[in-house]
Design a protein around this ligand. Sequence first.
Ligand code: BTN
Length: 250
Amino acid sequence: MRRVPSAPRAGAIIRLGEVTSTQAIAFELAERGAPDRTVVVADHQTAGRGRRGRIWHDAPGQNLLVSILARPQLAWRCLPTLSFAAAAAVGEALETVAGLRARLKWPNDVVVNGRKIAGILLESRPAETPVVVVGVGVNVAQASFPSGIAARATSIALETDRAIDREALLQALLDAFDRWRGRLEREGFAALREHWLALSATIGQHVTVDEVSGRAVDLDLDGALVLEDGAARRRVIAGEISAAAPTTLD
Ligand code: BTN
């Protein structure tokens, strides 16, 4: 059995077999003082965490399940923008390693041909300086999904008919995340926001986020989605898109 080191060195990638959740392990390590950019990867999670308290299911050994512990040089209010860095990084990694053109769905799903191929979960704990764990689950080789999500989910294998090396995907993801995160810390959100807008699967769509409906027209400077309904504009800072009707061209 592979064990969790008690004091990981800087830049460590901790590879584990079956765990409850890589998020839980990353937070345990954070409490023990693990450095910025400690990475936890597992083959299978028995209690994988999804957004909004949901369970993130995986087929053992088939997918990329990774948590990145970050002690970012960002103000608390800017932390949500890290999830856009993760989404951009997943998109780049999918292109580099699998040749897939992914699009980004607000707030931080990664979709290919309209189906979700990766999910991102950002969690933080109260602390003097920000500690964030960025969790990324990418469906790599999984060929089928539970009936409740089968129509909305996909994987690299289903999209490409190719076997992809999870290690190569992990390296590409970490490289891209380091780059976007560094840029975010040095320059702010502007470049990442432009990149997200260019790849967005949400902008231009008529959507409902929780109780609020409208046409998604912009991403605000803090990552909020801007919805337009007639003359009214409303910002949605958190939530989930529950409906996206196709827009007409007129
Ligand atoms: C979502 O609901 O879309 C977010 C899913 C995030 C899943 C990943 S898998 C690795 C990490 N560990 C977890 O328990 N969750 C995240």
